[in-house]
Design a protein around this ligand. Structure first.
Ligand code: AMP
Ligand code: ZN
Ligand code: FE
Ligand code: FE
Length: 296
């Protein structure tokens, strides 16, 4: 039976309640899941209980947004790859949900969102889009999350008819480098990795594809720097990765002595990615659990 070690709930920007993921995982025939909400561990306790009741293995996780420019700046400037592009997300797997360091990071990332979101709204208004921040907060309050993000803004834009889909909202307004984009990720990768370790977890580089490294050499440079900071593994299987990418990342993990993880990055109905869609072998889960137990 496969596993799925990357997904989101309504505790961040997914559309399923954390406790609803367990029966879905059971129905999808999954051996184990990891809940990896953005910047928060709030959904972990109820998801853990629901997984136990459903007989699904559970990995308590988190996905932390970090500052990619901290890693790219020593690279030679490249006209084809402006350094503002690309996303650095670090997964924590097997974390304690109530760790004090993780809570500190959570508070800091929450503050970064509160500072960034009104800038996006102001950018949209300057583009002639009639949207108020309160409309976004109304939506997230009804969903019960404090992690207010671009997917929520996108949903309001869809509802108001400015775009057809959430994907369109990113392509036109909200994606990196688009007209209403505003950056928030200023957390040093070292601090993200240290907090995950403080919480007893493994630090895994999420979807390496989204780094948008300009070449294999740049990718290896970035991953090596992360490894020097304590990174434990690479997410090789992910919905953004084609079969050839998975192979590339597996080889890199092997070369650098890193663990391997994989997951769908399921967000519920806000994206068209099925739960368990990556068919990650259960051995990936077993290996990670073994490494974690052995104090990798
Ligand atoms: P935020 O953390 O508020 O900056 O929002 C980032 C989240 O937006 C990601 O975790 C994805 O869930 C979602 N996202 C990013 N890019 C896209 C895209 N092109 N299409 C749809 N969703 C996206
Ligand atoms: Zn997300
Ligand atoms: Fe991510
Ligand atoms: Fe994710």
């Amino acid at each position: 039976m496969p596993c799925d070690l990357h997904m989101h709930s309504t505790a961040s920007d997914g559309t399923d309640a954390p406790e609803a993921l367990a029966p879905l995982a059971k129905a999808a025939g999954l051996e184990a899941i990891a809940l990896t909400d953005h910047d928060t561990t709030a959904g972990l306790p109820v998801c853990a209980a629901a997984c136990q009741a459903a007989g699904v293995g559970f990995v308590p996780g988190i996905e932390i947004s970090a500052d990619i420019t901290a890693l790219k700046s020593p690279l030679p400037p490249s006209s084809t790859e402006p350094i503002r592009l690309g996303t650095l997300h670090i997964l924590g797997l097997f974390v304690r949900h109530d760790d004090a360091e993780l809570e500190r990071i959570h508070q800091r990332l929450l503050a970064a969102r509160l500072e960034r979101n009104p800038r996006i709204i102001a950018n949209l208004q300057a583009l002639g889009v009639a949207i108020e921040y309160d409309e976004v907060l109304e939506l997230t309050q009804s969903l019960g999350t404090r992690i207010v993000g671009r997917p929520h803004i996108a949903q309001v834009l869809v509802k108001k008819g400015y775009v057809k889909t959430v994907q369109d909202a990113f392509a036109r307004y909200l994606g990196e480098g688009k007209a209403a984009y505003a950056r928030k990720d200023t957390l040093a990768p070292r601090l993200a990795i240290e907090a995950i370790h403080h919480a007893g977890g493994l630090a895994i580089l999420a979807h390496p594809m989204q780094l948008r490294a300009g070449s294999a050499a740049q990718l290896e440079h970035i991953v090596t720097r992360l490894k020097d900071l304590g990174l434990d593994g690479l997410e090789t299987r992910h919905s953004d990765h084609a079969a050839a990418d998975v192979e590339r990342y597996q080889k890199l993990a092997e070369k650098l002595g890193l663990l391997v993880s994989g997951g769908s990055d399921y967000h519920g109905s806000r994206k068209s990615i099925p739960l368990g869609g990556q068919n990650v072998p259960a051995a990936v889960y077993e290996n990670l659990r073994q490494a974690w137990r052995a104090g990798f």
